[in-house]
Every structure is written in structure tokens, then in C-alpha cells.
Design a binder for this molecule. Sequence first.
Ligand SMILES: O=P(O)(O)OC[C@H]1O[C@H](O[C@H]2O[C@H](CO)[C@@H](O)[C@H](O)[C@H]2O)[C@H](O)[C@@H](O)[C@@H]1O
Length: 285
Amino acid sequence: MSGPRRGTLSRVPPLNLGNQQPKTPLDADQAWRATAGRASDTVLFFDFDGTLAPVDDDPTAVQPAPKVLAAIEALAPLVRRVAIVSARPVEFLRDHLGGLAGVDLYGLYGLEHSHSGGETVTEPAALPWVPTMQELADLARAELPPGALVEFKRLSVALHWRTAPQLREVVQEWGEAQAERLGLRVQAGRMVLEIKPPVDRDKGMVIGEVVRDAGGAWYFGDDVSDIKAFAALRARSAADPEFLGVCVAVANPETGHEVAEAADLTIDSPAALGDFLTEALPRLR
Ligand SMILES: O=P(O)(O)OC[C@H]1O[C@H](O[C@H]2O[C@H](CO)[C@@H](O)[C@H](O)[C@H]2O)[C@H](O)[C@@H](O)[C@@H]1O
């Protein structure tokens, strides 16, 4: 198994929000020990793609890595809350988490949520944008060259070039021009450009709200959108030195460097995360 390693410290701060506050000075062992003393007051957050599930060419074919779901299910009763925070719709998360109980789901960067198996609630300000997103997906399918993959997610459209990397520039330019034309927002990701409604909601805002009265939190993520979540934990720690925020990057060849720079620890892969969480379990019991 590949264990966690310290994030690399950079002399020149990278251009992201995650490095604006000091990192936690603890290694993984110390961080779990500190968490054990406040487990019932700690929230565990996980991104989905690239964190719980290894990347696949086909976004519909992904599955969580072995051990990950069993470890999360066993951790859930030991901590205050477990939450999955993803760009995927809540329905997709529910279908791909194998009936995981007692876990909160935040989909579409927080535009949707479902608490502990409850109904899915959509941010009302986003709903009027559904027809625009549908039209955008149809237009993308008609206008983008073969090889670009268009993923319609009701309240966002993801334009993928993983299986046709030569199309990166064409897809990005097309997506950015459409976002400007329609007054939408873009979010970069791993070989993907995501186009979203102009509604103020991101992973950082979700995390900021959930940890407001928590004593600690861990966030595991692999992509640039997860850096906003790291920043929310940094901000919470800065406001309250008693709060323990631990930011963990899951390594990858695309966004890995930037995310690791913003994190306290780096884990090699979703499979290694399964081992990491399994080994943490007895420490919280
Ligand atoms: O917030 P996340 O849960 O990390 O979602 C981010 C994006 O994940 C998916 O795309 C990524 O994973 C795909 C499957 O492994 C891969 O083919 C693609 O290249 C990656 O960008 C998802 O399809 C997107 O909608 C999410 O925005």
C-alpha cells in the first residue's frame, strides 16, 4: 500500500485560495490522534471522482475503489457526519455509493443536497437555468467535433476531452464562448470544462456552512474545485485555533500538483485512500 506523504511546500505561493492560510503542522499519524479526541465533533468530507473512484474514460462507468465504501460506512457512526461533496448529481452519487447509509450527499457543487438518505433538495435560484443547460448540451453535441464527450447533468454541462486530448483547446474555447454568451460560469477540471448557472454555490461554501459549529474536519479531494473546500477549512481554522482542519489531496497526473500544493497530506490513489481509512478506523473506536 502507498501511504500518505506530506504535501510539498512551495517557496512561491501557487495561484489558489488553499494556500492563503497556514497549513496544519500535523502529519497523518498526529492528525488522526488529534481527531480521536474529538471524533464525535468531526466531519469527514469526500469528493467523488478521482478521490473515492478511480478515473475512467467513460464517466458513466466509474465505481468506488475497493475498501472505500466499507471504511466510510464503518467510520460514519464514529464521527459527527460524513458528507460526499461532488460535481455529480445527487442521484448519480446515490446510485454509485451502494446504499451507503447515514451519509449526506452534496451534488452539483452544492446546488443539490440530500441529508442521510432524505429527499433531494435543489437550490431554488438554480432551477430556472435547467432549460438553458439542456439547450447548451444539445448545441454542444451538434457543434463540437467527434471525440468530445458532452455530459448533461440538469444544472450543468460537462465537456470532456479525455479520450481526445487534441481537442482540449477547441472544447475550452467553445465552452468559454458559450458561457459568456449565456451568462453562465465555468469550472475547470480533469480534462473537462464544466459550465454552470451563475448561482453562488461551490464546494467551499458547502464546507464553510457544515463546519460552522464543528470541532474538526477532514476533506479528501483531487481536483481544482476541491481547493475551495480546502480554503474553507483553512478559514475555519484561522478563525478558531481549536478547530482541526486536515486537507488531503489524492494524487493524479492532471491537477495533482496544484491540489497537493494546497493540501496537508497526499495519498497516492483512491485505492490507497481505502487502505488509509481502513487503518484509521481502530484509532477512532
Ligand atoms: O466533484 P467530482 O466528484 O470530482 O466530479 C468532477 C467531475 O467528475 C467526472 O469527470 C471526471 O471523472 C470522469 C470519470 O472518471 C473522467 O472521465 C473525466 O475525465 C473527469 O473529469 C464527471 O464526469 C464530471 O461531471 C465532474 O465534473
